[in-house]
Design a protein around this ligand. Structure first.
Ligand code: SF4
Ligand code: MG
Length: 324
C-alpha cells in the first residue's frame, strides 16, 4: 500500500473547548488508484489530508493518535527532517483556491521553474523549459507564449491546471486534491477532473480526491470513503455505492445529486446540519438527521460493520439500508 492511514485522531484546542475533528479514520490508497473522500464541510476530510501532508503539525491542530504509513513507514514516528524529506518528494497537494495558493507577484513560469531550481538544482534556463513542458502536460494552450504570464492573467480553470502542474513537477507518488474543481463552473469542472484522471493514470500515482460532491467522482474514483463527524461511515468500491448505499448518510448524498431525468423536481436535501465537533451526538453521530434512526442509534456507537470483503458501513441497520 502506498499510503495507509490507521485510526487517525486529530483535535483542535480552542478557547471554547476541544473539537474532535478526526475520530479514528483509517483508509488507504495504492499506486495507480483513486480514493474519493466524501463529506460535508466539517466532516474531517480536509483535516485528515492535512495531517497526511504534514501541514497540521502545529497548534491549535494536534494529532493525538494513529499512524500515517507512507510506503510502510510511519511518518509520525520519523525525525522532523526525514519526515519533511519523505513528504516533500513523495506527496503533493492541490487546493481549491488556486489564486490564493499561487504567488501573485511571480510569473507562472518562475513558480513552476522554482521547483526545479530548488529541488533539482537545475539552471534557470533548464527550469524554464521544464515549466513550459509541464504547462503543455496540463494542456494549457500556447504554453511557450504564456510562461511569463502571472496567475491573475489566467482563467479559473487554467489556474487550476497550473496548480496541477505545480503538484506534478516533482513527480510525486501521491497527490491529494482538496475540492480541486469546486470553485469552477460545471463544464470546466469536468475538463479539469478528466485531466486529473488522465495524469493520474499516466504517472501511475495514488490520488486522493476530497469532495463534497458525489456527482463528480463517479467516473474517476476506484473507491469512496464517506466521512461524517470525523469518522468514515461507509467505505466501498465506487460501483457498489452507486448500485446501493449501505449507509443512510451515503443514501442522502446520492439522492441530493441533481439528475437530468428529474428536471424541475425539487432536489432532496439531507435535513439538519452537521454536528458541532465540540459536542458530537452520542451513539451514531448521524442519528439526529437520520430517517432510519431507532432507539439503539442514540446510545450505541456503530462500529464499521463488514458488509463484504472490501466494503464497510458504520450503521446498525446497514442491511435494511442496502436492501431498502
Ligand atoms: Fe441512522 Fe442508526 Fe444507521 Fe446511524 S446507526 S445511520 S442513526 S440507522
Ligand atoms: Mg475542506
Amino acid at each position: 500500500m502506498l499510503l495507509e492511514v490507521r485510526d487517525l485522531q486529530v483535535e483542535f484546542r480552542t478557547r471554547d473547548g476541544v473539537a474532535k475533528a478526526v475520530n479514528g479514520v483509517s483508509y488507504g490508497v495504492d499506486a495507480g488508484e483513486t480514493l474519493a473522500v466524501l463529506g460535508e464541510s466539517g466532516s474531517g476530510k480536509s483535516v485528515t489530508a492535512q495531517a497526511v501532508m504534514g501541514i497540521l503539525d502545529m497548534p491549535p491542530g494536534r494529532i493525538t493518535g494513529g499512524e500515517i504509513l507512507f510506503r510502510g513507514k510511519d511518518v509520525l514516528k520519523l525525525k522532523e527532517e526525514e519526515r519533511r524529506r519523505i513528504r516533500g518528494a513523495g506527496m503533493a497537494m492541490i487546493f481549491q483556491d488556486a489564486l490564493s495558493a499561487l504567488n501573485p507577484v511571480l510569473s507562472v513560469g518562475d513558480q513552476l521553474g522554482e521547483m526545479f531550481v530548488v529541488h533539482r538544482g537545475m539552471s534557470k534556463k533548464a527550469a524554464r523549459a521544464k515549466a513550459i513542458e509541464l504547462m503543455e502536460r496540463v494542456r494549457i494552450p500556447g504554453a511557450a507564449q504564456r510562461v511569463g504570464d502571472y496567475p491573475h492573467q489566467f482563467s479559473g480553470g487554467m489556474r487550476q491546471r497550473i496548480m496541477i502542474a505545480m503538484a506534478l513537477a516533482l513527480e510525486p507518488a501521491l497527490i491529494i486534491a482538496d475540492e480541486p474543481t469546486t470553485a469552477l463552473d460545471v463544464t470546466v469542472q469536468a475538463q479539469v477532473m478528466d485531466l486529473l484522471a488522465d495524469l493520474q493514470r499516466e504517472y501511475h500515482m495514488g490520488l486522493i480526491l476530497i469532495t463534497h460532491d458525489l456527482g463528480v467522482v463517479a467516473d474517476v474514483a476506484d473507491r469512496i470513503a464517506v466521512m461524517y463527524a470525523g469518522k468514515i461511515v461507509e467505505s466501498a468500491p465506487v460501483r457498489d455505492i452507486y448500485k446501493a448505499p449501505a449507509h443512510p448518510y451515503t443514501r442522502g448524498l446520492l439522492d441530493s445529486i441533481p439528475r437530468l431525468d428529474q428536471k424541475g423536481q425539487e432536489l432532496y436535501a439531507i435535513k439538519g446540519l452537521p454536528p458541532n465537533l465540540m459536542n458530537i451526538p452520542p451513539g451514531c453521530a448521524f442519528h439526529p438527521r437520520c430517517p432510519m434512526a431507532q432507539d439503539v442509534c442514540r446510545t450505541d456507537v456503530p462500529p464499521l460493520y463488514e458488509v463484504s470483503e472490501d466494503r464497510g458501513s458504520a450503521c446498525h441497520f446497514w442491511r435494511e439500508c442496502l436492501h431498502g
